[in-house]
Design a protein around this ligand. Structure first.
Ligand code: GUN
Length: 290
């Protein structure tokens, strides 16, 4: 079994980006600038947004953190987004999800200019991704593709089973794995809460991508011998033995599944850091496109 090290791969990509920033600086060009909007005080969201800001510093990008109270109205948030859309200093920005219940994620996602949508959530970017046209690829699926590529994992002709159909991971990765490119050219099955006989399908997977948000849902009996297992889930579980008061669990029962697969991503340190690498790559692209 080979452990896919997302942390190391993300840092390698960040080093490549850092070199580009040094080059841009030497040519007197604009330094890429990412803004992140954080609404409310969800602990996990705060951690993720902080990690994104730290990564910007690491590669030499400029960054702006916009913190807003969870009492902000949808209209006020849409107004802030419009201001970021029109701010020439900002090359790309993200609004960290989830948002409070009174704010429509659909409206917010669609309000972000497709040209600054470095998360790759806007319908225009999802559509362009589906058509294999230049686009800001959705950040987490893009991160998964980069891991498959950097670990030289064959995807052509393989049966890829995706568990979970979220707009930000399951649905787009299922499209991307079926595209006529590498990584891609897989035969894809997208499974979800209404899927009958899930285990029968996961057992057929050469590549199993799990993005469900249900800790340790995938057990060894659901995985084919030598499968490639990509675990996107990351859930905080109360743990009094930890200083933070919680531990992180993926959607895959790592100890038993790792015994029988060929490659596996750990949680933490697998797909998570790759989302950040993708975000930085998309921001660099956004800044170059201008
Ligand atoms: N919430 C969970 N994952 C993501 C992500 O990739 N981007 C944003 N904006 N919010 C998220």
């Amino acid at each position: 079994m080979i452990l896919i090290d997302g942390k190391k791969t993300s840092l390698e990509i960040q080093d490549e980006i850092k070199e580009e920033v040094i080059y841009l600086k030497s040519k007197g060009k604009k330094i890429p600038h990412l803004a992140a909007v954080l609404v409310g005080s969800n602990g996990a969201s705060k951690t993720y947004v902080n990690a994104k800001v730290v990564a910007c510093e690491r590669v030499g990008f400029e960054s702006t953190l916009v913190r807003l109270p969870d009492t902000i109205s949808e209209d006020e948030l849409l107004h802030k987004i419009e201001k970021l859309n029109n701010n020439a200093e900002i090359d790309g920005f993200i609004v960290q999800l989830p948002l409070p219940d009174h704010i429509s994620e659909k409206k917010v996602t669609q309000a972000i200019s497709a040209k600054k949508d470095v998360d790759g959530f806007h319908p225009e970017n999802i559509g362009r991704t589906a058509l294999n046209l230049p686009a800001f690829l959705p950040a987490t699926p893009f991160g998964i593709l980069q891991l498959l590529e950097r670990y030289n994992i064959e995807t052509s002709g393989k049966h890829c089973v995706v568990v979970g159909r979220s707009n930000i991971v399951g649905a787009p990765i299922s499209i991307m794995m079926g595209r006529n490119s590498y990584p891609g050219n897989s035969t894809v099955t997208l499974t979800h809460s209404r899927t009958v006989n899930l285990k029968q399908l996961t057992l057929m997977a050469d590549i199993l991508i799990v993005a469900l948000g249900k800790p340790e849902f995938i057990t060894a009996d659901m995985v084919k011998e030598n499968a490639v297992v990509i675990d996107v889930g990351i859930t905080r579980i109360a743990d009094k033995t930890k200083k933070s008061g919680y531990c992180l669990k993926g959607d895959v029962k790592f100890d038993e599944v790792s015994e029988k697969c060929s490659f596996i991503t750990p949680v933490p340190g697998g797909v998570g850091p790759m989302t950040i690498a993708s975000l930085l790559k998309n921001t660099l692209l956004a800044s170059k496109r201008k």
